[in-house]
Design a binder for this molecule. Structure first.
Ligand code: COI
Length: 355
């Protein structure tokens, strides 16, 4: 597609925007699509490597009706954020981890993938080109969405002849309509998110539409989101539609092990490390749903979601309540993570990239 796409200019030319903010209501950002200024595109043919990408004006794209992504869902995506520091510079958070996850997902979905350098470069360029859309400190972040898709035409079931990495961005704040208030989750025993041998462990686009039915059912009943159980025994906790889950009991913090049906979240991985640094014992393991009954706290993690406390989980018509608030473990770990992401806490782990 996009034979009409023309390069507009190099990122260095955007310095004119440096001190400007876009005309946006920064106090009322949720998690929606705001069209920004530029997007990044890089293409390659099957069996080739990605070469040079380019920035173009943000806008609709053109695809063949028989594109692999439209017909057979051949695509993976990522989510990463740029934060504005008090001094105006931008910080990216571990984009190399998203690059690696995209490479693993691409292999699972039979696609070529960008190198780590190409991926991180594309994210950097997209963030810088849209710098005026990065919210002021304390008001949110610029969510950056890289998508790798089979863009070439294919009719019989096979991998597409051409691939596109597309990166766009949108300013965001709270993912849930609850804002920063604790979530109420519902366990749905009928619908599962992922099956052993499936693609639940990679960020395939095919993992998301199938949970919409359970999600809308839960939202219609007043819940924030759905907590899925394992598909085989319907007995162990797996994850929420859009994020990973952690449970806290005393000094022990547990999260389901990444066994192929759990998405290996970048926030999940970072939180595990932060929790260890804070003296908690962290366990990645199978978590029977019954353990939810005795847990002190439950919280969710994800790039979009951040670190979100859970107030209640409803399972078999039983509503279980958890500790939340200023003194919670969730809040302690969240403040450290967001402090590193926004440059308020020294990044001793080299997780952030200043651009
Ligand atoms: C993210 O957390 O970045 C995601 O991609 C989840 C998505 C459902 C918004």
């Amino acid at each position: 597609y996009a034979s009409s796409v023309q390069p507009v200019c190099k990122p260095s030319a955007y310095s004119a925007f440096d001190d400007d903010y876009a005309d946006e209501d920064w106090d009322n950002l949720g998690f929606g699509v705001t069209p920004t200024d530029y997007m990044y595109t890089m293409k390659c043919s099957k069996d080739e490597n990605f070469q040079q990408g380019l920035l173009t004006r943000y806008g609709n794209i053109e695809l063949s009706p028989s594109a692999g992504v439209l017909n057979y869902g051949q695509a993976v995506f990522e989510g990463t954020k740029a934060w504005r520091k008090e001094d105006g510079r931008l910080l990216l958070f571990r984009p190399d981890q998203n690059a690696i996850r995209m490479q693993i997902g691409a292999e699972r979905m039979c696609m070529p993938s960008p190198s780590i350098e190409q991926f991180v470069g594309a994210v950097k360029q997209t963030a810088l080109a849209n710098k005026r859309w990065v919210p002021p400190p304390g008001k949110g972040s610029l969510y950056i969405r890289p998508i790798l898709m089979g863009s070439g035409p294919i009719l019989g079931l096979a991998s597409a002849p051409e691939y596109t990495l597309l990166v766009y961005a949108s300013p965001v704040r709270n993912y849930f309509k609850e804002g920063s208030a604790p979530l109420n989750l519902h366990i749905d025993k009928d619908l599962v998110r992922a099956t052993p041998g499936g693609a639940g462990g990679v960020k395939s686009i095919t993992n998301y539409a199938p949970v919409l039915q359970a999600l809308s059912r839960a939202k219609n009943r007043g819940y924030s989101d759905v907590l899925y159980l394992d598909s085989v025994n319907k007995k162990n906790v797996e994850e929420v539609s859009s994020c990973n889950i952690f449970i806290v009991k005393g000094n022990v913090i547990s999260t389901p092990a990444t066994n192929g049906t759990i998405l290996p979240g970048v926030t999940r991985k970072s939180l595990i490390e932060i929790a260890g640094d804070h003296g908690y014992k962290v366990e990645e393991r199978i978590i029977p749903v019954d353990e939810l009954i005795d847990a002190d706290e439950v919280f969710c993690t994800g790039t979009a979601v951040g670190v979100a406390p859970v107030q209640t989980i409803t399972y078999n018509n039983r509503r279980i309540e958890y500790i939340t608030g200023a003194q919670s473990v969730c809040q302690e770990l969240y403040l450290t993570l967001v402090g590193i992401q926004t440059g308020l806490i020294e990044d001793t782990k080299s997780w952030t990239i200043e651009i």
